[in-house]
Design a protein around this ligand. Sequence first.
Ligand code: SF4
Ligand code: SF4
Length: 338
Amino acid sequence: MNAKNERYDLLKGLFQERRFFKLVCGAGNENLTEVRRLAAIYTIAGAAMHDLSANIDVVEAAKRGVEEAYALAPLLGKKIAMRPYLNVSIGLKGDPHVRKALIDRGACVECGECIKACRQEAISEGYSVEEFKCIGCGDCESVCPAGAIRYIHKRADFENILPECAKRGVETMELHGVTDDDEAVLHDWKLLNTIITDNFLSVCLDRSLLSNRHLIDRIRQLHEVTGERMIVQADGVPMSGEGDDYNTTLQAVACADVVMKSGIPVVVLLSGGTNSRTGLLARQCGVNAHGVSVGSFARKLVKRYVTMEDFDTNIDALSEAVSVAEELVRANLEAIGG
Ligand code: SF4
Ligand code: SF4
């Protein structure tokens, strides 16, 4: 058995034992400092995978974060249980995870509400969006009184970028398919399947545009391509998980329930509105998902550390950040692993 297959078996084992926690850095998050620091914190805290934008610089930043974690963990008295998998995400046109906000200056009334609402601090005082920070969450649009927020979607040269990501250590890939265009989803799924041939592929789906039946039909169609190597990241409400209560995470559990009840033999991850209550709610509802992916809430928990000017040299800040991250990982894994 070669090393690559061993990593596949290890990941499969984590799913079977329900010991899988994924940090979602953000499919559109190209803030290299933030990604590096998030990767360092959550590697020590026990995340099994880091989900990244399909961008070579972002992948390299995450790799640096993982290496920093190995160097710093002993100073915190910690031992890293496993080297996390790096996953890159791509998305189809219209999927909120991969869009970027753009302010229509002709319509903007310069009220400043979007600046206050933006969790990524991506909007400057001059009312322009710093693309590399924007994660497409839509919070700016929801507070804009003038309807001045537009979105752009740039389709990158994935045919070349994705193989390069794989060469640089990316082991799994994910397709964000919030669209009603089944053909487009299948096309990109097949593309990923030509690049990752011996490990899991993930599709992130929600029910914003699809009925339950359409969701299951799509999963069945994609499953015919990858078979058992398929993960369904069942998204409740994308990027909605900044709150830490049961209602915020309700749709994540509900979507996973729909997928699990289909009986299609895929790995199912809870996502989209996930927080520290997700694992517990899933368990109480009898939804035996194989893992938990946390993005917005995981990033928010450690944001005050990640944005510190001296974070890279401040071991106390790292220690505190790791403690709060560990608590999030532990709360979810204890609940789903039950
Ligand atoms: S609020 Fe969200 S979508 Fe708007 S600029 Fe900030 S990160 Fe981008
Ligand atoms: S919320 Fe809308 S109107 Fe107000 S500053 Fe932002 S883009 Fe302009």
